[in-house]
Design a protein around this ligand. Structure first.
Ligand code: ADP
Ligand code: MG
Length: 246
């Protein structure tokens, strides 16, 4: 139980395109403790979404490793990885990623059915009621407002009670007022379920609501939000962390 919820160890992600390989994540080292809420900030293109995709097991590390809840994702084949993700990780994207041909209820029931829950629809309905959408069960995503769609996405992410929630600019497509409501809901759900949160955002006031902020630039972590990192010059924190990491 002393294992961190997330451990990135010299994580490298390289994309290959016509121009050749591009190293998008460069030897990231990061531990996130259970129950921590971590915001991830940094300029556009710095690798925030890529880091989240690797944490979610939606991208494979090129080298180095990512462990979630004590499990090294590199040890899992595609099926095992999908199962692991389905049970332990909730993911929320900026553009909702709902299945357009399914009702709100069906969208939320899918991960529960995949997890083998016989009460999938009952549980989905309950979760939608919790996010204030009990009156929208049979609506399709196209019939819902942006804020409602994101609440469906939150219900879908939380339905299986994941230990880890990954959210990539969840209010990026919402107006200020709607975004605030979605964020209140997100933090309520996180604290009710004791979920570890990684929240990508470019909104400083939102970042501040998390217990810690990690800053990325050019594929590297330039500040990991720990007291030692912010008070000690970078060269000096690398060594003790190396020793403590094993
Ligand atoms: P952020 O979320 O911080 O804006 P991203 O993780 O989306 O950054 O992107 C980091 C870098 O990786 C960018 O330079 C981007 O162009 C590049 N990138 C992202 N996805 C791909 C891909 N599928 N193929 C090649 N390069 C990519
Ligand atoms: Mg991004």
């Amino acid at each position: 139980m002393t294992e961190p919820m997330i451990r990135l160890n010299d994580l490298v992600l390289t994309y290959r395109n016509e121009a050749g390989p591009v190293e998008v994540l460069r030897r990231l080292r990061l531990d996130v403790t259970r129950g921590e809420t971590v915001s991830v900030v940094g300029p556009s293109g710095s690798g925030k979404s890529s880091m989240m995709m690797v944490m979610a097991g939606l991208e494979r590390a090129t080298s180095g490793s990512v462990a979630i809840d004590g499990k090294n994702l590199g040890d899992l084949d595609e099926d095992a990885l999908a199962r692991f993700r389905g049970e332990r990780i909730g993911i929320v994207f900026q553009d909702f990623h709902l299945i357009p041909t399914m009702s709100a209820l069906e969208n939320v029931a899918v991960p529960l059915e995949l997890a083998g829950r016989r009460d999938a629809f009952e549980q989905a309905s309950k979760t939608l009621q919790q996010v204030g959408l009990g009156h929208r069960l049979t609506h399709y995503p196209g019939q819902l407002s942006g804020g409602e769609q994101q609440r469906v996405a939150l219900a879908r992410a939380f339905a299986v009670q994941p230990r880890l929630l990954l959210a990539d600019e969840p209010t990026g497509n919402l107006d200020g007022n709607t975004g605030e409501k979605v964020i209140e809901l997100l933090f309520d759900l996180v604290s009710d379920h004791d979920t570890t949160l990684v929240l990508i955002t470019h909104d400083p006031s939102l970042a501040e609501r998390c217990s810690r902020t990690v800053r990325l630039a050019d594929g590297q972590i330039i500040d990991d939000g720990t007291a030692s990192a912010s008070k000690t010059p970078k060269a000096e924190v690398a060594e003790p962390k190396l020793a403590a990491g094993v």
